[in-house]
Write a protein that binds this ligand. Structure first.
Ligand code: ADP
Ligand code: MG
Length: 462
């Protein structure tokens, strides 16, 4: 093993510990973007995507990080951050020396766990009130509310699935908070599938299967988050299946989440798949522009409570909603960073600040899509040949996909209208304008087309 590798391991274990201390979201925002380089001259050196992040980490977490290294026996007394983009001249540079100042960010991410039950903690911020509803998540939201609010058992189990950061955990916590507020005596056990397995393994090790079974079978509502985790783990699956059946038989509520539909989770036993699909299976679709904008607006209100002096324009919000389409967590992180930065330098958030502060995030979403790729993807999607889209044929089954492709070309590339026209078999730029308008119009009235366009856009931007 080289020194480099040893060093990497050090940071991995230290940052894991820090994650527990400062919370998942602060970790994702600030520590995850850092690349650990080495320890030398009593200093831990990192590469940071922007000067600002290094600066912020140093001010807010410097002491903790240095402490964590020291408690592992490393003789360091400071952190150093190297970045390509330097912080603005008006923010204080604290790169090579430790300059801890008082935390300006309020302590958030309050978590609480049920005092009686050994579940995972619930995040106070994850409530129905703070969940922004839009088209992509309205079904999941409605189902979650129904489960939380109805007196009798409905949709059992409720199976929520969707990609990372789309709000599965948020909705599960919201259900738990709501049920708890309504029925104080109700025993709700929320835990990650990983925790479930951990408890199971502990019970095996300490020969306390009886206690384990009793605990899980005594709850009124069981929620297991990220159940894909137990795929391929046979005995855990088995136990999960028995717990699941026992609870369902007793008419107790079960809520499950996963990153995929039950049928698509490889390594999950067939009988479990089919049992999971018994109740209601709903998915959270990738966010669309409107939802992202709505979420940003809602989050701004929270940030403004802590940073009333910071101003952010609608234009900037629209830019963020447009450009950061990966997941809500990243979107939130971007906003947190911007507010932190703006409150530090005491300025309105402008485009320069956005570019500088979010360089790493924007770079990732900055993938260039080519017209060629668009034509290929659209052709594949509609089962056509690429040459069909460039041909002169006007039958509707070809003309509509062609318009979709032109629309996407206009949206996703910086090519001019005449250039786009040329690439589609030498058409005139007015044809392209017509196509763009047509699709824009249809997106409002034709839900299916609107979804197809959205899916294609997502695939192309991925
Ligand atoms: P998942 O469990 O699906 O990976 P989370 O529930 O952890 O995603 O959501 C990631 C972050 O995004 C959380 O901070 C959550 O509050 C936020 N979030 C996701 N969807 C919404 C929404 N519709 N409204 C408000 N916040 C959301
Ligand atoms: Mg989750």
């Amino acid at each position: 093993m080289s020194y480099q590798e040893i060093d990497k391991d050090i940071w991995e274990s230290i940052s894991e510990r820090l994650k527990r201390e400062i919370g998942q979201s602060a970790f994702e925002n600030w520590l995850k973007p850092l690349k650990f380089i080495e320890i030398s001259d009593k200093s831990a050196k990192f590469r940071s995507p922007t000067g600002f992040i290094g600066d912020w980490v140093n001010r807010n977490y410097g002491e903790k990080i240095v402490g964590a290294f020291q408690s592992d026996g490393f003789q360091i007394d400071r952190l150093e951050f190297m970045s390509i983009i330097q912080p603005r001249s008006d923010s204080k540079k604290t790169h090579t020396k430790v300059d801890f100042i008082k935390k300006t960010e309020p302590k958030r991410g309050l978590v609480e766990s049920d005092s009686e039950l050994p579940g995972s903690p619930l995040d106070k911020r994850f409530t129905f009130e703070s969940f922004v509803v839009g088209k992509p998540n309205e079904l999941a939201h409605a189902a979650a509310r129904r489960v939380a609010e109805s007196d009798s058992v409905s949709f059992n189990p409720l199976f929520l699935y969707g990609g990372v950061g789309l709000g599965k955990t948020h909705l599960m916590h919201a259900i738990a908070w709501k049920v708890r507020a309504q029925k104080k005596q109700s025993k709700i056990l929320y835990l990650s599938a990983e925790q479930f397995m951990y408890r199971f393994v502990q019970a095996l090790r300490f020969k306390d299967m009886h206690g384990f079974k009793q605990l899980f079978r005594s709850v009124d509502m069981l929620m297991v988050d990220d159940v894909q985790f137990i795929a391929g783990k046979e005995s855990t699956q088995d136990e999960f299946f028995h717990t699941f059946n026992a609870l369902i038989d007793q008419g107790k509520h079960i809520v499950i989440s996963a990153d995929r539909a039950p049928g698509e989770i490889d390594g999950l036993e067939e009988r479990i798949k089919s049992r999971l699909a018994w109740g209601l299976v709903v998915d959270l679709h990738p966010t669309d522009y409107e939802l992202r904008l709505g979420i940003l607006q809602a989050k701004i209100e929270t940030h403004s409570v802590y940073h009333p002096e910071v101003v952010i324009s609608d234009g900037i919000l629209e830019f963020l909603a447009h450009r950061i389409s990966s997941n809500v967590r990243v979107l939130e992180g971007a906003l947190t960073r911007l507010f932190a930065f703006a409150s530090l330098v005491g300025k309105e958030i402008d485009m320069d600040m956005v570019q500088e502060c979010l360089a790493d995030i924007l770079r990732v979403s900055d993938r260039k899509v080519t017209i060629e790729e668009i034509i290929r993807k659209v052709a594949e999607h509609y089962n056509l040949r690429m040459t069909d889209l460039m041909s002169a044929r006007r039958s509707r089954s070809i003309a509509r996909p062609r318009q979709v492709a032109m629309f996407l070309s206009k949206m996703l590339t910086s090519k001019s209208l005449p250039e786009i026209g040329r690439r589609f078999g030498g058409r005139d730029h007015t044809t392209v304008i017509h196509a763009v308008r047509k699709i824009e119009e249809l997106k409002f009235v034709d839900a299916q087309l609107s979804e197809e366009v959205e899916i294609l856009r997502r695939m192309l931007e991925a």
